[in-house]
Design a protein around this ligand. Structure first.
Ligand SMILES: NC(=O)c1ccc[n+]([C@@H]2O[C@H](COP(=O)([O-])OP(=O)(O)OC[C@H]3O[C@@H](n4cnc5c(N)ncnc54)[C@H](O)[C@@H]3O)[C@@H](O)[C@H]2O)c1
Length: 282
């Protein structure tokens, strides 16, 4: 579908009535994405393999005049994705946005990891993204265009050790998105990545149980805080919208400046922080 020139004003993003699909919508980021897309006027299909969690989220979102749909979908199963895509299209028409977000993470050292665990994680975090991109991408091409946003991680670029195949899967997602941007661009389909850093969600909750760990994490982020799912949703909604109609094949890092902070963390006598920035201008 041709992307219209967006209007400045109340509906700045121009997402009203757009049909959007979010995978992993039962999770911390996915549920916030669904809520913000709804607030922007879109129709949102929430896909997850955890149907109990989906039901809770649908309850919390309220009725929203029929603009919410929850569907069981396991992104490792082609038939499951196909069935979800068909149900969304039959109910609402062509899908304008796919957010590839469903993923999992567990601790493992490369020297110890069993191949079936390696393959299992890749089948969700990477092949699952490809399968969804294929199923929804073919439909977008048939209907004249659309947009995909893939949630990766700063660990797509910076190695995250002892996390099994996680970093590898996210690096793969980055390249997958770039390839989709190139291969589908002529069909009016854009593809971009949003890479979070540290966020507090069910996936990472265990890490934040110790207040000392949370504080140490906050101290190394220039923004001085751990991000929230809302920080990620803002970037996704922008990339999904016609405001970003000439942005494709890109990665947005939503990291509070973390990836720029390394040199400032190295002790360097004579180059310490001064108090000038905190003083009122004279
Ligand atoms: N939380 C963080 O600190 C963090 C940091 C960087 C990137 N991310 C990325 O953000 C995205 C969302 O993560 P989150 O923090 O909201 O995690 P989360 O664990 O809260 O949510 C993940 C959701 O994915 C679903 N899911 C897992 N496997 C699935 C499958 N096979 N089919 C369908 N659904 C499946 C789960 O049921 C869950 O609802 C992920 O891609 C994650 O890698 C998270």
């Amino acid at each position: 579908m041709a992307e219209a020139t967006p209007q400045v004003g109340g509906d700045w993003l121009g997402l009203t009535d757009r049909v959007c699909v979010v995978t992993g919508a039962g999770g911390g980021i996915g549920s916030e994405l669904a809520a913000q897309l709804l607030s922007a006027g879109a129709r949102v299909a929430l896909l997850d393999r955890d149907t109990a969690r989906l039901a809770q989220i649908a309850d919390s979102l309220g009725d929203r005049a029929g603009r919410v749909m929850t569907l069981h979908c396991d992104v490792t199963e082609a038939a499951s994705i196909e069935s979800a895509a068909t149900q969304v299209e039959q109910a609402w028409g062509p899908v304008a946005l796919l957010v590839n977000n469903a993923a999992s993470l567990y601790a493992d050292a490369l020297m110890d990891i069993a191949l079936d665990k390696w393959n299992q994680l890749l089948s969700v975090n990477l092949t699952g993204y490809l399968r969804c991109a294929q199923t929804f991408g073919r439909r977008m091409v048939a209907h004249g265009g659309g947009s995909m946003v893939h949630i990766a991680s700063i660990s797509a670029t910076i190695p995250q050790p002892y996390s099994g195949a996680y970093s590898v899967s996210k690096a793969g997602v980055k390249m997958l998105s770039q390839l989709l941007a190139v291969e589908l661009g002529e069909h009016g389909v854009r593809s971009n990545v949003v890479s979070p850093a540290m966020i507090r969600t069910p996936m990472s909750e265990g890490i934040y149980q110790d207040p000392a760990v949370r504080q140490r994490r906050e101290q190394i982020v220039p923004a001085g805080r751990i991000s929230t799912p809302a920080d990620i949703a803002g970037a996704v909604l922008f990339l999904a919208s016609d405001r970003a109609s000439y942005i494709s094949g890109q990665e947005f890092l939503v990291d509070g400046g973390l990836t720029q902070a390394w040199l400032g963390l190295i002790p360097r006598p004579g180059f310490e922080k001064s108090d000038t920035a905190a003083q009122p201008a004279s």
